[in-house]
Design a binder for this molecule. Structure first.
Ligand code: SF4
Length: 303
């Protein structure tokens, strides 16, 4: 406790006073993660929100994560510290895009990456995270799948599930998409003994070098459990910082200095403090949208 700064101590006090559950994504600043009840990837965050007993849930992450928590716990008050922390990839697909794809491919099921708006989830059949996408795609009772919005995760899944036909929406995560094959080759030249763990939101020309291709939680587990002493991390920069702190005996390298999600960094300690103090910003999802989106999210959480 004595290692926390004044703002962190105030956050812990408010959290206790208001009986709030604070869930943080791994990409928000470490100092925010340190005062959270749980630090999770999108899948664990959705599960924890669904099981929460607290009346107040604070989601330290971007807007779609707050919406998912509200959809799964509609009777609870769900707050976001930064209302303008959005996800550019989620904004790349609209419900109209999904309905158009459905018209073009009427026999296909719509699988929707959880990094999407509530309105898009409402017109999809099932949601997935990067850790559950393969399992869900294999388990769907259909031969064709429309995958939205991430073309990179969609094409990664399609390569592992060749027995099904995939129709991919052309969205992407700008943070993961901008890492190139040249960046990876340069990093591998600089650290020839390092194993490489990469997120499937990166392009195929990057993912093909992965010793592990997996979700944030899978990358963390890989780094903890591998016998390798040097690990190159192909995902957001906060994961590199977290692993350096957690595994001082290993050498952890990032791929380039620009591997950062600016929206996640909007969730500052100050924003979290004001969020708890003023109980802002409340996440609301229209009733009809919430009910429809809940079906596809429930299938994901219970899969
Ligand atoms: S890292 Fe990419 S997918 Fe995740 S919130 Fe940022 S922009 Fe969206």
């Amino acid at each position: 406790m004595e290692n926390f700064n004044e703002l962190q101590r105030e956050i812990l006090r408010l959290k206790k006073e208001k009986n709030a559950l604070v869930l943080a994504h791994y990409y928000v600043p470490l100092e925010v993660q340190d005062v959270s009840d749980w630090v999770c990837d999108s899948f664990a965050m959705a599960q924890k929100a669904a099981k929460a007993e607290n009346d107040l849930i604070v989601i330290c992450g971007v807007r779609f994560m707050g919406e998912s928590a509200k959809i799964l716990s509609p009777e609870k008050t769900v707050l976001l510290p930064s209302m303008d922390a959005g996800c550019p990839m989620a904004d790349m697909v609209t419900p109209e895009d999904v309905l158009r794809l459905r018209e073009l491919h009427p026999d296909a099921a719509v699988m929707c990456y959880v990094n999407s708006s509530a309105a898009v989830k409402a017109v999809s059949d099932v949601c997935c995270t990067s850790s559950s996408a393969l399992r869900i795609a294999r388990g769907l009772d259909c031969r064709e799948i429309i995958f939205v919005p991430d073309k990179h995760l969609g094409s990664f899944v399609a390569r592992q599930v060749p027995e099904k036909k995939f129709w991919l929406h052309p969205g992407f995560c700008p943070t993961h998409h901008k890492i190139t094959e040249a960046d990876i080759l340069a990093a591998k030249r600089a650290h020839p003994d390092a194993v490489f763990a990469v997120h499937p939101e990166c392009g195929e020309d990057v993912v093909k070098y992965g010793d592990l291709v997996g979700s944030t939680a899978e990358i963390l587990d890989f780094a903890r459990n591998t016998d390798a002493g040097e690990i190159l991390i192909g995902t957001e920069s906060e994961i590199v910082e977290r692993l350096r702190r957690e595994l001082p005996e290993k050498k952890i390298y990032g791929v380039g200095s620009t591997f950062m999600c600016g929206n996640m960094k909007k969730v500052t300690l100050r924003a979290l403090y004001e969020c708890l103090r003023d109980e802002k910003y409340r996440v609301e999802v229209p009733e009809a949208e919430l009910k429809a989106a809940r079906k596809s999210l429930d299938l994901m959480v219970n899969s």
